[in-house]
Design a protein around this ligand. Structure first.
Ligand code: PLP
Length: 467
């Protein structure tokens, strides 16, 4: 088994999780009939819930009642928690005092909301209407498609270096002004972190605002919107150690208040007649319908838990693990670790790699079935970027977080070394576009079978080719 060296000069250990997560002690079945502790290296897709967050949701549930609408005591409790969550979120990402915090379903929803608002922005430039958004071609589809289908959209091809990429962005903005530059805070493929403050300065110099897709940045780094000059920012609860279903869009209220409600319905209005509507100002304008209170409370709790960590502790934990992972992968002959930019050193705990000649979907199926390791294979909802990286067929992604340890990294590197040496030790067949082990006697947990009946594992798992 290939081993990974742990540097001794650090004053803390990465042998333990940084924070306890639900499912941190999960045991999973293997295809050979054995069981093993689960290695979750798929935090970038959806992170496990922090135990403290799960406890907060548990505490909330007895009070479940309407938000904003009820006179009852439980309803007041829910309203207080919902509204105070805005401040937890705003503080967590260093928002300005006047910034709006709008709760959404996730990052995708937040970007679509901002894009809807952009349709109604008057940039004051004659003949240009609302003005479009400019992106690099490295974005997750969530930060590409909402802009792509709007007028004025432009995509700047990223150059091999960030310095050249920024020069190309500046040239594009000089040639034709834009209302918004939309950029990822951290790539969901190689984890690289663009120089946000520099991009904000560049955008502002050319009369554009900056939106940061922080879906991958927020779980890994302290963010300071005000200091970095970020006008808008979005992130998702399910990647930030909270359960699924809640996210946030934070930013300057003028654009948000200039657009009609994103969703038309109750709670978003001041007055309605059969002929028309007077929309509410502030976050409520875009939050029609009953909100996801447990999701929002959980999101706020996760923000508090991460904020309470000593400065830089999260970053250092992940940098150590990422360093060991990259070192372990590059030591394996034939493994290629992907990068976008040659001159960007900073990266979060998201690492994408290829084993040339090996189908990434088969590698990930083998890691799950034979080793109990969860990674993701595919194109990571970033098709243009995977094409640019020269792997249009997809790759494998391992991602870490507060529940990850050096042992997790060692298990992955060891399993890949074994795979490269001997190939899969089980038989796999292609079924519905996925590799599945055969035979496979693994069962779902008893309580799940009681609900869904007896089903094969994987149950539509793996990665359909469009992802
Ligand atoms: N942006 C990035 C960089 C992502 O990695 C993801 C999800 O993987 C998204 C946006 C979309 O997040 P969500 O699915 O929570 O809307």
């Amino acid at each position: 088994m290939s081993s990974v060296s742990v540097s001794q000069d650090e004053s803390f250990s990465v042998d333990e999780p940084l924070l306890p997560v639900s499912g941190g002690d999960l045991t999973v079945p293997l295809v050979d009939g054995g069981h093993t502790p689960y290695v979750n290296l798929d935090y970038a897709a959806s992170a496990p819930c922090l135990r403290a967050v799960a406890a907060r949701v548990e505490a909330l549930l007895p009070y479940s009642a309407s938000v904003h609408r009820g006179a009852g005591y439980a309803s007041q409790v829910c309203t207080a928690l919902f509204e105070s969550a805005r401040e937890d979120v705003r503080r967590f990402i260093g928002g300005r005092a006047g910034d709006s915090v709008v709760f959404t379903r996730n990052t995708t929803d937040a970007v679509n909301l901002l894009a809807h608002c952009l349709d109604h922005v008057d940039t004051g430039r004659p003949g240009q209407g609302a003005g479009g958004a400019v992106v690099f071609d490295v974005e997750h589809h969530a930060n590409l498609l909402p802009w792509q289908r709007r007028p004025g959209f432009r995509c700047v091809p990223a150059a091999p270096s960030m310095a050249e990429s920024l020069a190309a962005l500046a040239a594009e903005l000089r040639a034709r002004p834009a209302a918004l530059v939309a950029v990822t805070g951290a790539s969901n493929v190689p984890g690289e972190v663009p120089p946000i403050a520099e991009i904000a300065e560049l955008a502002h110099r050319h009369g554009a605002r900056l939106f940061v897709d922080a879906a991958q940045l927020a779980p890994h780094r302290r963010i300071d919107m005000a200091a970095d000059g970020i006008d808008y920012l979005a992130f998702s609860g399910h990647k930030l150690y909270a359960p699924f279903g809640a996210g946030a869009l934070v930013g300057r209220p003028d654009w948000l208040d200039a657009a009609p409600g994103y969703l038309a319905g109750g709670g978003a209005v001041r007055e309605v007649t059969v002929a028309g509507v007077d929309w509410a100002d502030g976050p409520a304008r875009h939050e029609a319908g009953t909100p996801n209170l447990p999701g929002v409370v959980a999101l706020a709790a996760a923000c508090r838990e991460l904020s309470a960590l000593p400065a830089d502790r999260l970053r250092r934990h992940e940098e150590r693990l990422r360093g060991e992972l990259v070192e372990g992968l590059t030591a394996l002959e034939g493994v290629r670790v992907h990068r976008i930019w040659t001159d960007v050193q900073d990266a979060v705990g998201v690492v994408t790699f290829s084993l040339p000649g090996h189908d990434p979907a088969l590698v990930s199926a083998c890691l799950a079935a034979e080793h109990g390791i969860g990674v993701r294979a595919g194109r990571f909802c970033a098709h243009p970027l995977l094409a640019r990286l020269g792997v249009p067929e997809g790759a494998v992604r391992a991602s870490i977080g507060v529940g990850s340890t050096a042992a997790d990294v060692r298990r992955l590197v060891g399993a890949l070394a074994d795979y490269l040496r001997s190939g899969p030790r089980w038989t796999y067949v292609r079924r519905d576009g996925q590799w599945v082990p055969t035979p496979d006697e693994r069962r779902l947990p008893g309580w799940v079978e009681n609900i869904v009946g007896r089903q094969r594992v994987p149950v539509g798992a793996g990665t359909p080719c469009g992802h």
